[in-house]
Design a protein around this ligand. Structure first.
Ligand code: HEM
Length: 393
């Protein structure tokens, strides 16, 4: 039967896993002529490509929508769209500001933000897990990290949501998203100017401080970093939370384990089983031959991380959600040079939120399957709405 993989396809977003299984078995170096890409779906190929930055370049970015693909991609997504040595330098500079200490210090704030959203949700009993909790918390945490004042956060969140929103049937970034990006950039530039005048203990001040990062970053470079953090750090964590809530509901035995205290297993298995980051793109830096398929230099290659972690060669019974399995090999935070800079933060946010839920809600929660909707994106996977009803403990 004809094998068609179109990452814009809504049916594919509903359940990509049967198609991934066919790609791994029948076309491990899949070619889509119309959209002009190749796709790697087996664990060994995806893991190796992540590590081999000399062959699999990030210089055109990691997203395939036409207006964000190309040599200017770094302007929207900073160092995730760079190769060494530029990537090495930039990532090292940002790491000096984005320190483990700054991340760890966020824990009580994350608990505070999550607690407030949960108070409001529990008062109602019925709420939308995404809109009322999972979509709010990560963006607030990034704003907290950057130093966006509390009163500006709802507007920043609105603009970021608009910027990341994709429209049905459209294979590019919508005009409204571009407008929102411009407005957000104007806002951040204002905040940056303010912090240059009077620095505070936040990431924007640290990034603007030559002594902290060890170099002067231009406004363009700084804006790109902020956009990378918003783009990479908010939706992914949102979807990790939503999918953890959903799959635990679908697998009651696993839910009992998660509510019994195995929150780490719950997070890691959700990352493996239904990763928020499904697809990242690369560009072939030289001619390649893979599984009998020729990929010419300049060819665009999708690395299907969501498929890699369902590969039975590495994960036994891959389609079974099992909080007790060995997930140490999953590559859903990437692998090698571009390994997720926010992995510790994402895990911390998920842990704090799930621990609060376990403590405050009975495990017998429900989700209304008829009112669930998904987001539609090439890169990320998760829910737009997840109507849930809970009983407080
Ligand atoms: C919790 C869910 C998350 C997942 C599944 C995830 C996944 C990923 C993946 C797969 C990559 C590698 C991209 C590539 O190789 O091209 C990546 C990179 C990155 N992530 Fe995350 N991420 C998450 C959370 C976060 C958070 C909370 C932040 C920060 C606020 C963040 C910031 C970044 C940055 C800055 C990079 C670029 C690293 C580089 O290019 O050197 N991520 N992430």
């Amino acid at each position: 039967m004809n094998l068609l993989f179109n990452p814009y396809d809504y049916e594919f977003h509903d359940d990509p896993y049967p198609l991934y299984a066919r790609l791994r078995a029948e076309a491990p170096a899949y070619r889509n002529e119309e959209l002009d890409f190749w796709a790697l779906s087996r664990y060994s190929d995806v893991a190796a490509a992540f590590r081999d930055f000399e062959t699999f370049s990030s210089a055109n970015g990691v997203m395939i929508e036409p207006s964000v693909w190309g040599p200017e991609a770094w302007k929207f997504t900073s160092f995730v769209a760079m190769d060494p040595p530029r990537h090495t330098r930039m990532r090292a500079l940002i790491s000096r500001a984005f320190t483990p200490r700054r991340v760890a210090a966020l824990e009580p704030r994350i608990r505070g933000v999550g607690g407030r959203y949960l108070d409001a949700a529990l008062e109602r009993g019925d709420f939308d897990f995404m809109a009322d909790l999972a979509a709010r918390l990560p963006m607030d945490v990034i704003s907290e990290l950057m130093g966006v004042p509390g009163s500006d956060r709802p507007e920043v969140r609105r603009l970021a949501d608009q910027m990341l929103h994709r429209e049905e049937g459209m294979r590019d970034v919508p005009a409204a998203a571009v407008e929102a990006a411009l407005a957000l950039s104007e806002y951040y530039l204002g905040l940056l100017a303010e912090r240059r005048r009077s620095p505070a203990d936040d990431l924007i001040s640290a990034l603007a401080d030559v002594d902290t990062v060890g170099a002067h970053l231009t406004d363009d470079e700084l804006m790109a970093v902020l956009f990378l953090l918003v783009g990479a750090g908010s939706e992914t964590t949102t979807h990790l939370l939503g999918s953890a809530w959903y799959w635990a509901w679908r697998y009651p035995v696993q839910r009992a384990d998660g509510f019994g205290g195995n929150v780490t297993g719950w997070i890691e298995e959700t990352l493996r089983f239904d990763s928020p980051a499904q697809v990242v793109a690369r560009t072939a830096a030289r001619d390649l031959q893979l599984h009998g398929v020729r990929i010419p230099a300049g060819g665009r290659i999708l690395l299907l991380a969501g498929s890699a972690s369902r590969d039975g060669r590495v994960f036994p019974r891959p389609d079974h959600y099992d909080l007790r399995r060995d997930t140490s090999k999953h590559i859903n935070f990437g692998n090698g040079r571009h390994f997720c800079l926010g992995a510790a933060l994402g895990r911390l946010e998920a842990r704090v939120t799930l621990e609060q839920l376990v403590r405050r809600v009975k495990p017998s929660y429900e989700i209304d399957p008829d009112r669930i909707t998904r987001v539609h994106s090439v890169n990320v996977r998760g829910f737009a709405t997840l109507p849930t009803s809970v009983t407080p403990r």
